[in-house]
Design a protein around this ligand. Sequence first.
Ligand SMILES: [Zn+2]
Ligand SMILES: [Zn+2]
Length: 261
Amino acid sequence: MLKESFHNHTWRCNHAENTEREYVENAVKGGMTRLGFSDHAPYVFENGYYSGFRMKPEQMPGYFETINALKEEYKGQIEIYAGFEAEYYPKFFDNFLNLISGYPVEFLIMGQHFIHNEMDHMDSFHSSESVEKLKTYVRQVAEGLSTGKFACVAHPDVLFFSGDKDIYQREMLILCEAAKKYAVPLEINLLGIRDGRIYPNPDFWEVAGQTGNLVTIGSDAHRAADVYDAASYEKAMELIKRFRLKFVEPGTMITGGHWLG
Ligand SMILES: [Zn+2]
Ligand SMILES: [Zn+2]
């Protein structure tokens, strides 16, 4: 049964809907015991570049106030946590950590939607045969993991490589080994299942199984109705069985101490 999800968005990222309360209500209705919000984190770039798919820095106070109020209100019914989904952008990462340092951030999950950084407009999710791009993605995620700031890698298989399977698996092995080294779980993304996206990619999870990675799940809800998604959860569990993956509940990353201390 789907008990926990720490990957859920809010309206502040400009592409999600409903109120936080509706997310919580649906989680409670589904019998979930832990719910984490991890909206697309604010990031400060340069030269006036504006990012349209994440909250603005000035929205952080409202984000934490809203979630912390719900945390109190629903005490005894469900545990609620506040975090962010963030890319690892080497050039801007220190600024990012400074930006969020004054807020009660309980965890960060890495969602590497772009290579280098998004100002270069090289996204992870469009089909490409470029081995260089694949290698850069892997290097960047592995380097992000080495910072110790991330509790989980969301959709590690978001990179859409349309080239040779052997090359794909050879490179993804490097990512999986890094995640294993730092004991950071890899997330099977329920939004990918729900939307029929290219992830979860079985070729990736085959490697994670052989590497012995910790594997978790995330609803990646962008609307309240998707927080509790039993159908996608069942499909994720099939994948876990098929590749003999080591499942851990998403909350393990909180209780296990992997969060922004
Ligand atoms: Zn994401
Ligand atoms: Zn997400």
